[in-house]
Design a protein around this ligand. Structure first.
Ligand code: XLS
Ligand code: NI
Ligand code: NI
Length: 447
């Protein structure tokens, strides 16, 4: 039933969040994200494609490894799990509309309760997908991506596509088949594979090669199925090095690319890069974006941040202007995210129990990205860093450098060049401190 036909508001005290500019004192307003502001003929709303993660925003209760949930929502009451799920979804779409997010993302099990059998789970899912379809229509909010939860249920404790038991692999396939059906039904623009349990705890009980072969076969079967139903969305791999498994196979973007190429899947996949996963892999966010962009495989972003003092995926909202600006420079230079977007795969801190906290969190995240977008555009328009990089590699633009780049010079020719003409190279400064100071100029708005 469309929300419009219900009278109840779950956020009666909170108005639709408006852009009021950097000078406002209103905490429930955007300072930098003006959805209607135009850049290159496209609104900021279209550029950013912000998305809300259903699992954190509407299923997160604030639990951590040391304690249960702290967050109690008013819509979480009632005996029938499917009706509660529908009411929760009403609240979710009211939130999406009030915060002004054009997209949302979900796992199958976030939106509908799991039943005793797969058939029952599918039936529950169908009921909620019909509800979501109505709500999408009523609000204009669209689906950025769908995915299957192949990590929470105990059946997946030793993996899903890489489980040593073929029975579990079959079950995972059935679940992904249905998740793809419903993603298509809701007009999802992408489909995500995050392999939280596709890895191992100990090699004492694991055939690594066989498990990776199974993951390759599983993804080929997913592609075949997508083709058979005419699903046109982009497939995305979301790398993460560990947690919950000790070692996850798609560890980072580079190992993901190697995996996809090994199994001849590279033409069909791009990457959904998550900030906190980059940190866990020992990389910067920008590094992961650059590696994906270099391979033409930058797909979408799970926008969050980790805590360098904690060793797990803390999924915090990111307000770090420097980190986001650097990421944005790489994203814009790569031509943007295409069918992807910025999905807030981020959750409230355990003591942030008020409904208002959910708004503050997303307002901060959206503002931080919008500001970074604008700063990155100024950086790219000035071209200072680009020119510095171009100059640094100028010796490859002509002469023997160019010939080397084209593969025309071998070791013998290069040796002869050094011995007869070039001699000792003259060291050139990398100018890192100078460049960092110029970056600070952009971040502080002084240029
Ligand atoms: C977990 C992942 C997960 C994916 C979707 O760390 O970020 O939330 O985004 O399965
Ligand atoms: Ni994620
Ligand atoms: Ni994550």
């Amino acid at each position: 039933m469309p929300r419009s036909s219900k009278s109840k508001s779950w956020f009666p005290k909170i108005p639709a969040i408006a852009y009021e500019g950097a000078g406002t004192k209103n905490p429930l307003a955007f300072r930098h994200y003006n959805p209607d502001e135009m850049f290159d003929g496209k609104s900021l709303k279209e550029h950013m494609r912000f998305s809300i993660a259903y699992w954190h925003a509407f299923r997160g209760v604030g639990s951590d490894p040391f304690g249960p949930g702290t967050i109690v929502r008013p819509w979480e009451s009632g005996k029938d799990a499917v009706s509660v799920a529908k009411t929760r979804m009403d609240a979710a779409f009211e939130f999406f509309a009030k915060i002004g997010a054009p997209f949302w993302c979900f796992h199958d099990r976030d939106i509908a309760p799991e039943g005793k059998t797969l058939a029952q789970s599918n039936k529950n899912l169908d009921a909620l997908v019909a509800h979501a379809k109505d709500l999408q229509k009523a609000t204009g909010v669209k689906l950025l991506w769908g995915t299957a939860n192949l990590f929470s249920n105990p059946r997946f404790m030793c993996g899903a596509a890489t489980n040593p038991d073929a029975h579990v692999v079959a079950y995972a396939a059935a679940q992904v088949k249905k998740a793809m059906d419903v993603t298509q039904e809701l007009g999802g623009e992408n489909y995500v594979f995050w392999g939280g349990r596709e890895g191992y705890e100990t090699l004492l009980n694991t055939n690594l090669k066989r498990e990776q072969d199974h993951l390759g076969a599983f993804l080929h079967a997913a592609l075949d199925y997508a083709k058979s139903i005419g699903f046109k969305g982009q497939f995305l791999i979301e790398p993460k090095p560990k947690e919950p498994t000790k070692h996850q196979y798609d560890f980072d973007v580079a190992s993901g690319i190697a995996f996809l190429r090994t199994y001849k899947l590279e033409k069909y996949f791009k990457f959904n890069i998550e900030t906190n996963h980059a940190t866990l892999a020992g990389h910067t966010f920008q590094h992961e974006i650059e590696v994906a962009a270099a391979a033409g495989m930058l797909g979408s972003i799970d926008a969050n941040a980790g805590d360098l003092l904690l060793g797990w995926d803390t999924d915090q909202f990111c307000t770090d202007h420097r980190e986001l600006t650097l990421a944005m420079v790489s994203i814009l230079r790569a031509g943007g995210l295409g069918t992807g977007g910025f999905n807030f795969d981020a959750k409230l801190r355990r003591p942030s129990i008020d409904l208002e906290d959910l708004f503050h969190a997303h307002i901060g995240g959206m503002d931080a990205y919008a500001l970074a977008f604008k700063t990155a555009r100024r950086i790219l328009a000035d071209g200072l860093f680009e020119k510095n990089v171009a100059d640094r590699y100028a010796s490859f633009d002509s002469g023997y450098g160019k010939d080397f780049e084209k593969g025309k010079l071998g070791f013998k020719e290069l040796e002869k060049l050094v011995l007869t003409q070039l001699g000792e190279p003259k060291p050139q400064s990398g100018r890192q401190e100078y460049l960092e100071n110029r970056l600070a100029d952009y971040l502080t708005g002084s240029v």
